[in-house]
Design a protein around this ligand. Sequence first.
Ligand SMILES: Nc1ncnc2c1ncn2[C@@H]1O[C@H](COP(=O)(O)OP(=O)(O)OP(=O)(O)O)[C@@H](O)[C@H]1O
Length: 316
Amino acid sequence: MGAIEVDELTKDYGDVLGIDSLTFTVEEGEVFGFLGPNGAGKTTAIRTLLGLQSPTGGSARVLGRDITDERALTKARRDIGYLPAEPVFDERSTGRRLLRYYGDLRGDERSDELLERFAPPLDRKVGSYSRGNKQMLAIVLALMHDPKLIIMDEPTSGLDPLKQDRFIEFIAREHERGKTVFFSSHILSEVQKICERVGIVRAGRLVELEDIETLLGRSGKVVRVRVAERVEPEAFALPGVHDLTLGADGTGGVGSSRSGPGTTLTFTYTGAYNDLIARLSEYDVRDVEVDEAPLEDVFMRFYGDVPADGGVGGDA
Ligand SMILES: Nc1ncnc2c1ncn2[C@@H]1O[C@H](COP(=O)(O)OP(=O)(O)OP(=O)(O)O)[C@@H](O)[C@H]1O
């Protein structure tokens, strides 16, 4: 059984399809990143999965409980920690009072430890909290009952870079403790650091469901080659060569034993390595650098205006 099982889940707001036939499973013990541009449907998916709003089509189970069965879901909530995108609290309460309230409601297994790491000013009224302090309080309240499943909507928004790092480290440790984590994010570096798989949602539809390693593999390599000869761009119009730029080298470059009109070629390569090596073997290659393409590149294909594979273009 998956921790979250989603089958054709749809939420039609009337004038807008918030999510459209989403199907995916988050396995137990997995860290799953849910990505997509603004308005793609991430919050809608999360709120629907938590039973905070009803789906208009499809079905889903969270920890084995049908999300439309309110009683079953209430039981499951004891094992779920939910961190909303914009936590709302009674502004007149102090953090400490809220801590006591949530502790009585769901149990307190680890607030001391969480407060050491994320330290909101507990004795002040929440109304006077900064955005970051509110977020830290929300993290403590969402996780103090030590839930099996952690669901978070852009959890690091509002945190400064140091606290973002601390939070990501903490989530990595929760993963090691066997927790299942499902979270939405726009921050690719954090997704790359802790997620095993990602789902990319766009205009309400899932356009990609993949493990991070495969996604990175598909994003190709950035290749920089220096050859001794002058090169015309057509010579590298191979399948899999993208964003080719050519720079004249003048003397053949540093470390070259010969002077002459060399060329530096830079491109992203997603083709077969043998084809590239065969083409390069026609030249006097002086230097080669090969790096992973940044994850940003692959995400831009889904975030950008060009319709992504899977055919979902435009707005929902
Ligand atoms: N309560 C609502 N009533 C009507 N439309 C809504 C409602 N909530 C969201 N929508 C619409 O549903 C679509 C998905 O919104 P949602 O907030 O789920 O996106 P998101 O991916 O979480 O965006 P962001 O990254 O900006 O938080 C948007 O077009 C939004 O305007």
